[in-house]
Design a protein around this ligand. Structure first.
Ligand code: GLA
Length: 399
């Protein structure tokens, strides 16, 4: 009896300490999911907004769907005090940051914050250059769980060294903090980011459009997708390519384009950081962001990024191997017209993944947007894919 009691005490102790002792290297074993203020609200952040967003995430099913990091982007900070501590905007955060973090934690969410490796952030607020260890200790004191670290006003620093300094500071701050490298892919962070951070931006900022160009920087969804194909080998548990945050629900794309955006981010094992106003999502936005079948592809524990399996110019096929011998396959239509797909699995020459061969076994074809089986690989796959749309399926062996 006594032994059993000691055993239970030991178990409780182990469970309690597990959260605190989680090492930097053990974080983000699947792509981080959450919400970030930037895409919709820019500099317009406040205690009120963040607390309302926390409420919304719990009430509208986002947390349940897996979105557990709530991240404040730029503009929460205004200056440094006489000893160099970062000062929170007193008008927008009248009760300080710790109060906001505590509120977010009480809701069952994790809290993320933003800073910059340069002397100033992209919006001209104080950056962390020269204050990395001090800032990391402040974040730990507040209870921060995630840091997005930008690259404006970097003043000629070496990117790897600059990010390593903040990484070292986070590793020493006494709290597990996911480190999001936001260097826009300029110095190929996929080649040096593993072990320094858990995710790294691969491109300039996303714009809320399917395909568009900006002379002042920024890319639409299609151009971002094109840049990810070559980076497949760099992603894996704890270290992810980050094609930037989601624009789903912000109004710049059609329903089918947003489905493509979300599906491809899932296929690419990208972090899924919603960037819309979660307090008033319409039904389509909610349907997209909380699609459990698509999210399961993104969060699959194998952690593989999809490869561009076939490039037919205007049509593409991407494949993402999943655990349990399954594979997600995405047919992507880049054109303005319907793609009348008539796919004969028997004519396929390559394997989707080492273990997945449609010639050796028969697979069920499960449509991840219709949420039902739509056939088998022993039959042709005949389907209409809308303009700028996708068909995404999961193949699993017929038992
Ligand atoms: C950069 C980043 C964005 C955002 C803004 C904030 O442009 O890439 O994601 O954080 O700064 O100023």
């Amino acid at each position: 009896m006594k032994l059993k009691f000691i055993g239970i005490l030991f178990l409780i102790f182990s469970l309690c300490t597990a959260g605190y002792t989680q090492k930097f290297e053990e974080l983000a074993q699947t792509p981080p999911m959450g919400w970030n203020s930037w895409n919709k609200f820019g500099c317009n952040v406040s205690e009120k907004l963040i607390c309302e967003m926390a409420d919304a995430m719990v009430n509208n099913g986002m947390l349940e769907a897996g979105y557990n990091y709530l991240v404040i982007d730029d503009c929460w900070q205004v200056r440094r005090d006489s000893v160099g501590n970062i000062v929170v905007d007193p008008e927008r955060f009248p009760n300080g940051m710790k109060t906001v973090v505590d509120y977010v934690h009480k809701k069952g969410l994790k809290f993320g914050i933003y800073s910059c490796a340069g002397s100033a952030t992209c919006q001209g607020r104080p950056g962390s250059r020269g204050y990395q260890f001090q800032d990391a200790r402040t974040y730990a004191k507040w209870g921060v769980d995630y840091l997005k670290y930008d690259w404006c006003n970097e003043e000629g620093q070496n990117a790897k060294a600059a990010y390593k300094t903040m990484s070292d500071a986070l590793k020493e701050c006494g709290r597990p903090i996911v480190f999001s490298i936001c260097e826009w892919g300029d110095s190929k962070p996929w080649e040096w980011g593993k072990g320094i951070g858990h995710l790294w931006r691969t491109t300039a900022d996303i714009r809320d459009c399917y395909q568009c160009t900006f002379d002042w920087g920024g890319l639409g969804v299609l151009d971002i997708i094109d840049k990810q194909a070559a980076l497949q080998q760099y992603a894996g548990p704890g270290h992810w390519n980050d094609p930037d945050m989601l624009e789903v629900g912000n109004g710049g794309m059609t329903y089918d384009e947003y489905k493509t955006h979300f599906t491809m981010w899932a296929m690419l094992a990208a972090p899924l950081m919603a960037g819309n106003d979660l307090r008033n999502m319409d039904a389509q936005t909610k349907e997209i962001l909380t699609n459990a079948d698509v999210i399961a592809v993104n969060q699959d524990k194998l952690g593989q990024q999809a490869t561009k399996f076939m490039d037919m110019g205007e049509y593409e096929i991407w494949a993402k191997p999943l655990s349990n011998g399954e594979v997600a396959v995405c047919f992507m239509n880049r054109t303005n017209q319907i793609w009348k797909l008539d796919y004969d699995w028997k004519k396929q020459t390559m394997y989707f993944a080492t273990e997945v061969s449609v010639h050796k076994k028969v697979y069920n074809v499960f449509d991840l947007w219709e949420h039902k089986n739509i056939g088998k690989t022993s039959e042709r796959l005949v389907k209409e894919i809308p303009a700028h749309g996708v068909l995404v399926i999961r193949l699993s062996v017929v038992k």
